[in-house]
Design a protein around this ligand. Structure first.
Ligand SMILES: Cc1cc2nc3c(=O)[nH]c(=O)nc-3n(C[C@H](O)[C@H](O)[C@H](O)COP(=O)(O)O)c2cc1C
Ligand code: SF4
Length: 533
């Protein structure tokens, strides 16, 4: 199918400094657990998104020097020539797909843990990190300022040599030293780098001038700018910045040094205001905090906001909110989102449900990412998994019985169907497929989680070799009588009703759901047990 002309605007190329973005889809910087030390994982993970039509694909935050070492968490690094060689594989593979490769240039000040390098942190002021606990820093003197600025330049040159087209200078989330210089929360200096707006911007402005001079002809320079650090209690209040105050002032002041603006909100302690869960934030939730920016810049602007609906994307561009659709989670959940819009296959889009299982991996230290919706995510290299292409099974001349049509059973039947098994029967005792995902999305705020079932239902309907049989409970004999050569049990589990405790493995006194006045959600929704008032 051809794409609907109303989406043409999403596929218009856009000049960004010396580079051309082939369409309006930009995978914003996000971690995946690969860093620079797992080049195959990194390259194949990012190239999958380029294959899926993302016009630009970025690394996660990428450390410029050992003093900005975030171990135990996993960031990319551009510390030396080894890192250049490792990350160049990602660039090459993205370029093969005709997309631009981006890298997020990062110095974390006291927010970088330094656990591997053991190099002391340097920061705007001698203020510890509210995030990387037990990490203090030295207030930078003038020599430090020149040295750290040179670290930025060196890393940007390495990034160019690795093949990156877009250098995203990290100025957001309070995660980046540059942002910290701007924010009174961190910057208590009394010299020409502290105090007034011009003084707090001076360090970053000098960095951008130096970087532009060093690589500005070769690479596009994007600034990922946290335009609004939000109100208390989720934000920094008076000690941060707001869009209507220094946020827009900053954009005007720095505009000449920037090729594009990548805008977002929030801070490191409150990630959830940027990578916001669907439970509390709708699609395009950052609009109130970013929409004024375009009136204050001559450069293209990108926003993020869990964009999965192409109509919302068109509206973002047409309404003058932004020029580029940035996405982290929608690109994880469906690396082929742009291509599906282009090919008019909207019902095949595997929409992110905003559950934040992906970002929770980083919160616990950065093991390889997983995604509720996209089981192949993170296995592109090691297992050669592809979210859209399925190899023929080695034993296709077999019938498969999948017992249980919850999330795992649905996924299993779908993949086996796509892998060409002769016949796949997906059987469930309930009248509807989905398992617990039949009722969980009916809980307050969890409506988007229904996408887990909806996507798979549509795919299963399209597969001629898969039959879905509901309202049929099978016991062991029934399974044997079924006669399938291959059996998959995916009958799931239920919530504990007696307070099983994860440390002692014994019931806790109190949370026992057998009395009439106590109830757990599953009893309420599935068994019809009456709730309280
Ligand atoms: C798993 C994960 C890792 C992230 N890592 C980074 C990062 O390294 N640097 C960064 O600037 N933002 C990071 N982000 C934030 C995203 O770039 C983006 O701003 C945020 O998720 C909102 O966009 P979305 O709604 O499209 O996900 C991360 C987000 C996720 C979900
Ligand atoms: S579905 Fe959940 S895990 Fe997957 S990208 Fe979206 S928020 Fe992350």
């Amino acid at each position: 199918m051809a794409r609907d002309p109303k989406y043409d605007i999403l596929f218009e190329p856009l000049k960004v400094g010396p580079k051309t973005l082939p369409n309006r889809f930009f995978q914003s910087a996000h971690c995946n657990g690969a860093g620079s030390d797992r080049p195959g994982f990194q390259a194949h993970f990012r190239a999958m998104k380029a294959e899926g039509g993302w016009g630009a694909v970025s690394t996660e935050y990428c450390s410029i020097a050992p003093e900005s070492d975030d171990t135990h968490r996993v960031s990319a690094r551009l510390w030396d020539e080894g890192d250049v060689a490792n990350l160049s594989l990602m660039c090459d593979m993205i370029h093969e797909q005709g997309s631009l490769a981006a890298v997020e240039i990062w110095h974390g000040g006291p927010n970088a843990c330094g656990m591997e390098s053991r190099v002391p942190a340097r920061g705007a002021s001698q203020i510890g990190s509210p995030f990387a606990f037990m990490r203090a820093c030295k207030e930078m003197d003038r020599n430090d300022i020149r040295e750290v600025q040179q670290l930025y330049v060196n890393a940007c040159k390495r990034a160019r040599d690795a093949g990156f087209d877009v250098l995203t200078i990290y100025y957001a989330h309070t995660e980046a030293l540059l942002h910290q210089f701007l924010l009174p929360f961190f910057n208590r200096r009394t010299d020409e780098y502290g105090g007034s707006f011009e003084n707090r911007v001076r360090f970053g402005r000098e960095v951008l001038e130096l970087v532009r001079e060093a690589v500005g002809d070769d690479c596009a320079i994007s600034v990922r700018f946290g335009i609004d650090t939000l109100e208390l209690p989720f934000g920094l209040g008076d000690r941060g910045i707001r869009q209507d105050g220094e946020g827009l002032q900053f954009i005007e002041y720095m505009d000449e040094l920037v090729d594009m603006w990548d805008l977002n909100v929030g801070n490191a302690v409150e990630w959830g205001e940027d990578a916001a869960p669907s439970r509390t934030h709708p699609e395009n939730h950052e609009r109130p905090n970013v929409y004024k920016a375009k009136e204050h810049t001559k450069k293209p602007v990108m926003n993020v906001g869990r964009f999965t609906n192409p109509d919302t994307m068109v509206d973002v561009i047409r309404s003058g909110q932004a020029d580029i659709i940035g996405a982290a989670r929608p690109s994880i959940s469906d690396p082929f989102l742009p291509k599906k819009i282009e090919e008019g296959r909207l019902d095949d889009i595997r929409e992110c449900i905003g559950c934040n299982v992906c970002i929770s991996r980083w919160e616990i230290g950065g093991p390889p990412l997983v995604c509720t919706q996209n089981a192949t995510s993170g296995e592109e290299f090691r297992r050669g998994w592809h979210p859209e292409k399925f190899t023929q099974a080695a034993n296709p001349d077999n019938d498969v019985l999948v017992v249980g049509a919850g999330p795992a059973g649905m996924e299993c039947a779908m993949v086996l169907g796509k892998r060409g098994m002769r016949r796949v029967h997906l059987v469930d005792a309930a009248e509807e497929i989905g398992g617990h995902m039949r009722w969980v999305p009916k809980l307050p705020g969890l409506g988007e989680w229904a996408r887990v079932v909806n996507y798979r239902r549509i795919q299963l309907d399209k597969l001629k070799n898969v039959e879905v049989i509901t309202g049929s409970r099978l016991d062991a004999q029934g399974v044997l009588d079924y006669g399938a050569e291959i059996l998959v049990i995916a009958s799931g589990s239920g919530w504990s009703t007696y307070g099983l405790q994860g440390i002692t493995n014994e019931p806790m006194p109190g949370p026992d759901a057998s009395p009439a006045h106590l109830v757990i959600a599953e009893q309420l929704r599935v068994e019809g047990k009456p709730g309280g008032k």
